[in-house]
Design a protein around this ligand. Sequence first.
Ligand code: NI
Length: 253
Amino acid sequence: MIFDTHAHYDDTQFDADRDELLNAMQEQGVEKIVNVSASYDSCRRVVDMVQNYPFMYAAVGIHPDEVGSLNEERFARMEELFRRDKVVAVGEIGLDYYWDNESHDIQKQWFIRQLDLARRLSLPVLIHSREAAADTMEIMKEYAAGLKGIIHCYSYSREMAREYVKMGFYIGVGGVVTFKNARKLKETVEEIPLTSIVLETDCPYLAPVPYRGKRNQSGYIRYVAEEIARIKGLCSEEVIAQTRENARDVYGV
Ligand code: NI
């Protein structure tokens, strides 16, 4: 069964048919989903939502594009959410110099604060990093040693992937791997062992081929598994089974 390690089912793109879609997940071979928050407001939404679906868990954290809305009071309120049931990770957190919504200093400051939070709570971290490879690695080396987690929507070199794997992190692979022009990610998948890969949608974004550009959902992960299997010369059942074990290991569910 498929384990979707990273989804955003609180997104408004699911408003019209969320319940119907989620209740049919098992028929699509999806066993578990981690619903990930990004903005401050989405943290509570995501935690509330997972209480309604037995197969769904929550990650709570503020995305680098959204850290400008944080202050001490809000951070403390976010921290309270970790007392609720089924909150299994801190995320998504990191650095994003592509959209560059916030200054690099502010992004770094809240990234480090959230890594410290994960350490205090003994929870894994979900790392978002875009066009910020060197700074992310520097902070991870200094503040994430000994933590578990996933480098979500991995987009850097295979050499760097190897380094994260050595640090004990999993590499999150989603729909992008099915894109024709995703040469770097295909090389990374070829390079690192299947025991260090987890599957993710990042839905509603980044749907795999043949749904590229459409709304993504967890059932489409089978196309990601098929492409990883093709690259590694395996069958997709092996990919789904091993990545499920990896996901269970990182989230402890
Ligand atoms: Ni995401």
